[in-house]
Ligand binder design. Structure first.
Ligand SMILES: NC(=O)c1ccc[n+]([C@@H]2O[C@H](COP(=O)([O-])OP(=O)(O)OC[C@H]3O[C@@H](n4cnc5c(N)ncnc54)[C@H](OP(=O)(O)O)[C@@H]3O)[C@@H](O)[C@H]2O)c1
Length: 317
């Protein structure tokens, strides 16, 4: 790369779908260099072609499983080989498994932790030394509101996101001596992406984003905003603050009301799902898209209420 070229270099994991894809497209529309990583090569290539069309200065596709430390090391090395520096990294790779703690098979349970938590650690392990050497750049870790809550039938995901939040604190403490290094944290609430339909599922019913539902594009704007301002507030919606308040200060009320309404608002009871590993152990590239096309949350809430009234069926806690 020409050393005089100061165009930002952005590396994104989970770049082929949802929030990661929207982040790449937004950066591309600003004319940035974009490095795209995820497991599935075909959907990653489609994403790169869309970024080129959106105006990216350049695109680099590096198929990578973030749970594989050596692969993440190679991803960072490939980025430095091409660009000589890294200005921003967004950790957006993520998978979900629904089901009670004892129901989710051990390989799937561990697989969620491997991608969401160990993947974030692997990325930090190889990115932070680069940012420290440069004394410049931001690592944005995408967590979730559930990294502050307990939620029925989402144990591995919830554990992984509490871990990501903790990792943010650790990294901030370890990098206070480098004012140019930013560690940012973004906690979305419900975002309409494919993650709910791609999920492993032993709960019996499809999941859906809980209201209020944001678009992947809106979440991407908020994520990129944190590249420039890493200490901006983590929560991406006001509703996150309401449920967090309930969880922390009104635990009995939270358990009785909010957990149940979260389960009903974040479930599609009219859509039974047979047990599936989803995309936890292997990519399902045909499901990787920008948005989840879940439609109206209100419509699903009404449909759920009808199912409960008619059959007494409820999501299990
Ligand atoms: N959607 C929401 O409502 C919501 C709410 C809170 C937090 N979040 C968080 O936001 C982030 C993005 O989620 P999303 O909703 O955009 O999901 P998504 O649309 O399903 O996209 C997930 C991306 O991660 C990639 N991925 C999965 N496992 C991977 C692995 N082991 N290594 C590398 N890449 C991997 C997927 O591609 P391959 O399968 O091809 O690898 C895909 O590109 C996640 O961390 C999620 O937990 C989402």
């Amino acid at each position: 790369m020409d050393p005089a070229d100061r165009t930002p270099v952005l590396l994104v994991t989970g770049a082929s779908s949802g929030i990661g894809l929207a982040t790449c497209l937004l950066a591309a529309s600003r004319g940035w260099h974009v490095v795209l990583a995820a497991r599935g090569p075909a959907s990653l290539q489609v994403a790169a072609t869309e970024c080129d069309a959106a105006g990216a200065a350049s695109t680099l596709v590096v198929p990578t499983d973030v749970g594989d430390d050596a692969a993440v090391e190679a991803l960072v090395a490939a980025t430095l080989d091409r660009h000589g520096r890294i200005d921003a990294v967004v950790s957006s790779a993520g998978v979900v498994a629904y089901g009670r703690t004892e129901e989710v098979p051990v390989d799937v349970f561990d697989g969620v932790l491997r991608t969401n938590l160990h993947g974030s650690v692997n990325l930090a392990r190889h990115v932070v030394p680069v940012l420290r050497r440069q004394d410049h750049g931001t690592l944005v870790l995408v967590g979730s509101v559930v990294g502050h809550l307990t939620v029925p039938s989402m144990s591995p995901y919830v554990l992984s996101k509490w871990g990501v939040r903790c990792l943010v604190g650790q990294l901030r403490a370890e990098n206070r001596d480098r004012p140019g290094v930013g560690i940012a944290y973004a906690a979305p609430g419900g975002v309409d992406t494919p993650i709910y339909r791609q999920a492993a599922n032993w709960a019996g019913f499809a999941g859906r984003p809980p209201p209020p539902v944001s678009s992947a594009e809106r979440a991407a704007r908020q994520v990129l905003d944190r590249v420039a301002r890493p200490r901006r507030r983590a929560q991406l919606t006001w509703a996150n603050d309401v449920v967090r308040f309930g969880h922390q200060y009104l635990p009995r009320v939270y358990e009785r009301i909010i957990e149940t309404s979260f389960a009903i608002g974040a479930t599609d009871l009219a859509r039974p799902v047979p047990p599936t590993d989803g995309n936890v152990l292997h990519p399902r590239e045909e499901g990787n898209t920008l948005d989840g096309r879940h439609g109206s949350a209100l419509r699903d809430l009404v449909a759920n209420a009808r199912v409960v009234a008619r059959t007494g069926r409820r999501p299990r806690s």
